[in-house]
Design a protein around this ligand. Structure first.
Ligand code: 5GP
Length: 209
């Protein structure tokens, strides 16, 4: 069985990534969504172990020391990190693993695992982003302001991603993401064993043999 694809999905806070991921999981069954650790407070409706593992600073720092996180970053004063074991186990099982993380973490992943595919999800415009963040109603105005300011920093890094995806309609966006990841399976570098076999078999047809 071939190894799964590691897909890193980033996008401005409020770009609708979470909803797109949910749709992707509902409509296809070969995906595993990594659950991150964070030191931020749970939002209403979030459950420990489902949206995040909610942990203290000390706990996350201990995980970092023990090299239990594949990547980690600070985002608006809180730690966020990807537990290593789940990702490695799922990839080995052939699942396509999705990390929904911010840009510093995404670039750490690209460094460590260059075969990962990096996708940036953006709303159609920044005005739309502001509307969505305010409409969500889950954050104080100061937090919204820091998230928008962070978005402006993150926008500078979009070219470092492999793909850009505009989240206009959730269904379309989820399907396009699925097609991007499916195509990754066809990269020659991921199919060396099969290629070797075809090459070997083709030798029979060499002239003079
Ligand atoms: P939120 O607080 O809105 O859930 O997430 C804030 C930001 O942290 C989002 O951009 C989200 O993608 C990112 N994030 C979530 N989990 C991780 C993680 O494990 N590592 C990194 N680097 N970023 C994460």
């Amino acid at each position: 069985m071939s190894k799964g694809v590691l897909a890193v999905v980033s996008g401005f806070s409020g770009a609708g990534k979470g909803t797109v991921m949910k749709r992707l999981m509902e409509s296809h069954d070969n995906y595993a969504l990594s659950v991150s650790v964070t030191t931020r407070e749970p939002r209403e409706g979030e459950a420990d172990g489902r949206e995040y593992f909610f942990r203290t600073n000390e706990e996350v720092e201990e995980m970092i020391r023990r090299d239990q996180l594949l990547e980690h970053a600070k985002y608006v004063d809180h730690y966020y990190g990807t537990p290593r074991k789940y990702v490695e186990d799922m990839l080995a099982e052939g699942k396509d693993v999705i990390l929904e993380i911010e840009i510093q973490g995404a670039l750490q992943i690209k460094d460590k695992l260059p075969e990962a595919v990096l996708v940036f999800i953006t709303p159609p415009s920044m005005e739309e982003l502001k509307k969505r963040l305010i409409g969500r109603g889950s954050e104080e105005p100061e937090v919204i302001a820091s998230r928008l300011s962070r978005a402006s920093e993150e926008a500078e890094g979009i070219e470092k991603y492999d793909y850009i995806l505009v989240n206009d309609r959730i269904d379309d966006c989820a399907e396009t993401l699925h097609r991007i990841i499916s195509s990754e399976h066809l990269r020659t570098q991921r199919n060396i064993e099969f290629i070797n076999r075809i090459q070997e078999e083709s030798h029979i047809f060499k002239k003079g043999e």
